[in-house]
Design a protein around this ligand. Sequence first.
Ligand code: NAG
Length: 294
Amino acid sequence: MGSFWVSWRISFLSLLFAISMAAQPRKPVDVPFQKNYVPTWAADHIKYFNGGNEVQLYLDKFTGTGFQSRGSYLFGHFGMQMKLVPGDSAGTVTAFYLSSQNSEHDEIDFEFLGNRTGQPYILQTNVFTGGKGDREQRIYLWFDPTLQYHWYSILWNMHQIVFFVDEVPIRVFKNSKDLGVRFPFNQPMKIYSSLWNADDWATRGGIEKTNWANAPFVASYRTFHVDGCEASVEAKFCATQGRRWWDQKDFQDLDGLQYRRLAWVRQKYTIYNYCSDRSRFPAVPPECSRDRDV
Ligand SMILES: *[C@@H]1O[C@H](CO)[C@@H](O)[C@H](O)[C@H]1NC(C)=O
């Protein structure tokens, strides 16, 4: 009888799990760096391990470094696992973002602002559409991002842009075209990452400077899977949306569990949200009416 209950409970729990995970983006597949990425600058500050399954970016007094995807993408799900600069990382910024390469550009940003040893990182996110940004949100993380790898990803379709930290949506930018807000839909984006010195603004607004005695600063990466519509290869296909997994109904909005998790991040970890900054924006930016948390 004991085993009946155990197996019943296991199948019940896995059913619950399956239901609640229905709208989770696909898990990444491990592929080496070289398959999807190339260095952007200071290639000698990138080190490769296990045939490129893991890479490290180095920042020293002379330079930081960065890499970018080979392809450009229109919609999809993009992410990587990152372990941020440990110890005294004040003044450093590690970024992971999507960006188009034109003047009225679209951009979707994760920026990790370092801190003195034992002080919390800030994760700043931003969305640029048609060259217009100024949509910063800032949170603390609920874990130390320097101890282990965590998975940071961006889901982008015609309906929404979702920022995920592991399985938790920390931000949603809904398509608010009907409110007169541009939404990225026709400019392919590349995926970028970089590590650089930004001690003029990053930590406590620039008060805490980079301590070069601790250089080099090292950020680690793995899982270079890319799951998007490659515009250079399938431009026509990418233009006719609605067929890929990320276009399906499950991914057009967050589900109940995801909204609850987002609300939890809002309540416990949010430091700044441009949507509630009346001194900067006396008139509430239109898309903020969709920046809801329940
Ligand atoms: C760094 O630590 C200070 C003190 O705890 C905190 O005010 C600040 O938000 C932290 N993060 C950054 C990036 O400045």
